[in-house]
Design a protein around this ligand. Structure first.
Ligand SMILES: C[S@@+](CC[C@H](N)C(=O)[O-])C[C@H]1O[C@@H](n2cnc3c(N)ncnc32)[C@H](O)[C@@H]1O
Length: 220
């Protein structure tokens, strides 16, 4: 790729890939790129990010394909996971609420998921997940997803803000070298102990080049 590649080239290539594969998320990404994207969007769409989210969607399709209420995705960044969840035909998800502390995220997430905004299946909320009143959400969450547990200072403290029995999907990792990571766990067993779920439907580890990602699905 040379420095003088016109921005339209990325749009055209992605539209071609969407036509080739029939993948609606690629078509939505092409549109997002066409009308302006944040500089770090490439990180949110890199193969490691997508790989860990595909792992999540595959596991959810196995053990909890029909959440009984909106799925709250916390630390949702640019709404990539919502796009994958809403596109997957194995899942029956009524709606996704994408929550991030950074106010720059919601407009991008809404543009990526614009088809679902139009049908009422997607909304983005700028909020702090540690102070969000989940009990006040109407309709009540059918599933709470947090793929950024390693970023929280107090994972058990945050979990105690959720009603017991809340369906949960949690990810964390052992990547202690990243300065923003405050609650890394050394193993899947340590993550299970940290989360203290009342019921576990899935527990797994996904080794990557620099670290291992852990995932739990169950109930608070
Ligand atoms: C780097 S991103 C995503 C990392 C994660 N491993 C993933 O792929 O889902 C972490 C996001 O969490 C958000 N975040 C961090 N603390 C938060 C909080 N207390 N409430 C809501 N969002 C938060 C940040 O703004 C950022 O967009």
């Amino acid at each position: 790729m040379t420095h003088d590649t016109p921005p339209d080239a990325f749009y055209d290539i992605l539209r071609g890939v969407a036509a080739l594969t029939g993948n609606s998320v690629v078509a939505d990404l092409a549109r997002l790129i066409a009308d302006g994207m944040p500089q770090d969007l490439w990180i949110a769409f890199n193969h490691k990010q997508i790989g860990s989210k595909r792992w999540l969607v595959d596991a959810l399709a196995q053990v909890m394909p029909q959440p009984q209420g909106p799925v709250f995705v916390l630390g949702a960044w640019y709404g990539v996971l919502a796009a994958l969840l809403l596109a997957d035909e194995r899942l029956a998800i009524p709606a996704v609420v994408s929550v991030d502390l950074d106010p720059a995220c919601a407009p991008v997430a809404e543009r990526l998921n614009r088809r679902h905004v139009a049908t009422g299946r997607f909304r983005a909320l700028t909020a702090d997940m540690t102070t969000l009143d989940f009990a006040a959400q109407e309709p009540a969450p059918g599933l709470v997803i947090n793929t950024s547990c390693e970023h929280l200072a107090d994972v058990p403290g945050w979990l105690s803000t959720l009603s017991s029995g809340t369906p949960l999907l949690l990810q964390s990792n052992d990547y202690v070298r990243e300065p923003d990571h405050r609650s890394c766990v050394p193993s899947l067993e340590a993550f299970q102990a940290q989360a203290g779920l009342s019921e576990t439907l899935f527990a797994g580890a996904l080794p990557t080049k620099n670290y291992t990602r852990f995932m739990l699905i169950g109930r608070r």
